[in-house]
Design a protein around this ligand. Structure first.
Ligand SMILES: Nc1ncnc2c1ncn2[C@@H]1O[C@H](COP(=O)(O)OP(=O)(O)OP(=O)(O)O)[C@@H](O)[C@H]1O
Length: 264
């Protein structure tokens, strides 16, 4: 499903966050959005999810202007996994996941066994089957993150939008999540995630969109976009690329002296 923004200008009050930003999010690929704190990654994700409207410009979903589509139609295509899920106290995990089915439910609801299947398969896919029956607000940050992803999968979207999906996760769970996002893209889903870890973007994404000062500074294949000059421009740090001795792929190396200089 083709997804793109063209010439987007978007402000929060007097603060202009995006100014004439254009980008394409390739269908069936995992796109990482990178850029420094406060550059507008979450703002862009909210725009793509249809939550924030631009002052100018368009979001195109399969040739249709996103904000001209009915809300329910948008919800069938787009699922957003936010950094912090907001859920009422006392709601159990199974019901949080079932919320993902709302855009698909008919006037008489769905058969209970079908709902049961969605909850079971979505939680299994994120390694969260053991969380069934737990109260959502009693879960750890990482456990909540998995359940939120399961809810998004239960929605069966064509476009999955995630804000820092590896936040709160231990290193094993981070890698599992990134691999899952790769698999979902191979299955045909368009995956778009804001990532702070540029090493993850380099190793896992198919496509990278780099934001800088309200615009798309670079976009394309991770190895072409994530370069020493771009990282210096975006984050003000010097890095070097070395070959990962285990995989032979390029990876980022930071010198301690450089890190010390950044925080001096
Ligand atoms: N509701 C709001 N009202 C005013 N300013 C806002 C609002 N939301 C975000 N901003 C500002 O817009 C800019 C972009 O914020 P955004 O959260 O999109 O950045 P980000 O790239 O996701 O940041 P981070 O990496 O720190 O999560 C920031 O300067 C932020 O302070």
């Amino acid at each position: 499903m083709e997804f793109a923004i063209s010439n987007i200008t978007l402000a929060h009050g007097a603060r202009t966050v995006l100014e004439g930003a254009s980008a394409v999010f390739p269908s069936g690929k995992f796109t990482a959005i990178i850029g420094p704190n406060g550059v507008g990654k979450s703002t862009l994700l909210h725009l793509l999810a249809g939550i924030t409207t631009p002052a100018q410009g368009s979001v195109w979903l399969d040739g249709h202007e996103l904000f001209r589509m009915k809300r329910r139609e948008r919800a069938r295509h787009l699922a957003l996994v936010e950094q912090q899920a907001h859920t009422d106290t006392g709601v159990v995990v199974d019901d949080v996941v079932l919320l993902g089915r709302i855009p698909h439910s008919g006037p008489f609801g769905s058969a209970q066994d079908a709902e049961e299947r969605f909850v079971a398969t979505s939680l299994a896919r994120v390694g969260g089957s053991h969380l069934r029956g737990r109260t959502f607000t009693t879960l750890s940050g990482g456990e909540r993150q998995r359940v939120s992803l399961a809810r998004a999968l239960a929605q069966e979207p064509s476009i999955l939008i995630l804000d820092e999906p590896t936040n709160h996760l231990d290193v094993g769970a981070q890698l599992q999540t990134l691999r899952l996002l790769q698999e979902l893209a191979v299955d045909g889903l368009t995956v778009i995630a804001a990532l702070h870890d540029i090493g993850h973007a380099l190793a896992f994404a198919d496509h990278v969109v780099a934001l800088h000062e309200g615009r798309v500074a670079a976009a394309g294949h991770p190895e072409e976009v994530i370069t020493e000059p771009l990282i210096r421009e975006l984050y003000g740090v010097d890095v070097q690329f070395v070959n990962n001795p285990l995989t032979g792929k390029r990876m980022l190396a930071f010198a301690d002296a450089v890190a010390a200089q950044v925080f001096a």
